[in-house]
Every structure is written in C-alpha cells, then in structure tokens.
Design a protein around this ligand. Structure first.
Ligand code: ZN
Length: 105
C-alpha cells in the first residue's frame, strides 16, 4: 500500500517548486522586456521616436529632436540657462517655482 502522506508531501513540494520557477520566469521576462524597452528608446524622442541629436545652446548641452523640434535638458541645464538669461521667462518661472516649493516645504 502506498503512503498517501508521502505522496501528498511530494505533490506539495512539486507544487511549491513549480510556483517558484514560474515566478522566476515571470521576473526574468519582465526584466528582459524592461531592458529591451530601455535599449530601443535610448536616444529616441519620446514624442515622435526620431533619433535625438546633441547640440549646444548658449554653452549648455541639450538634446534636440530633428523630427518634431522637441528639446531635452539635463537636471541642472534649465537652471544654468536661466542664470545666463536674466529677465527672461526662465528666471520668472524658476522664481515662482522656488516660492511655491518653499511654501510647501
Ligand atoms: Zn520628436
């Protein structure tokens, strides 16, 4: 006679291992999808998909899309541009943004 408890234990063990493997496969597929998306979108315009080109505007390096004219700035580039161009909408905008963030903080 078979030991049904041993069989049940083995079945549960197999079920556990199967679930672990499924989770691992899902994680790997998700990571691979993410890697592919990043790889394919690198240096591409998020609006039209054209390849963006590096350029310099008033000494600040920018990325510009030849397709739609979109411009991308690094985290500090807009601030640098604003400091170079006083009395512009940049300065006004940043001043308002700082005042707003100070009130929130
Ligand atoms: Zn574009």
């Amino acid at each position: 006679m078979k030991n049904i408890w041993k069989e049940r234990e083995k079945a549960l063990e197999n079920q556990y291992i199967y679930k672990q493997e499924q989770d691992k496969i899902e994680r790997m597929q998700k990571e691979e999808r993410e890697r592919l998306v990043r790889e394919m979108c690198r240096n591409r315009c998020p609006k039209c998909g054209d390849e963006i080109k590096a350029m310099t505007f008033r000494g600040v390096p920018l990325d510009r899309c030849p397709g739609c004219g979109g411009v991308w700035l690094g985290p500090n580039d807009l601030r640098i541009l604003a400091s170079k161009d006083h009395r512009s909408w940049f300065e006004k905008w940043f001043k308002e943004e700082n005042e707003t963030s100070e009130k929130v903080a």
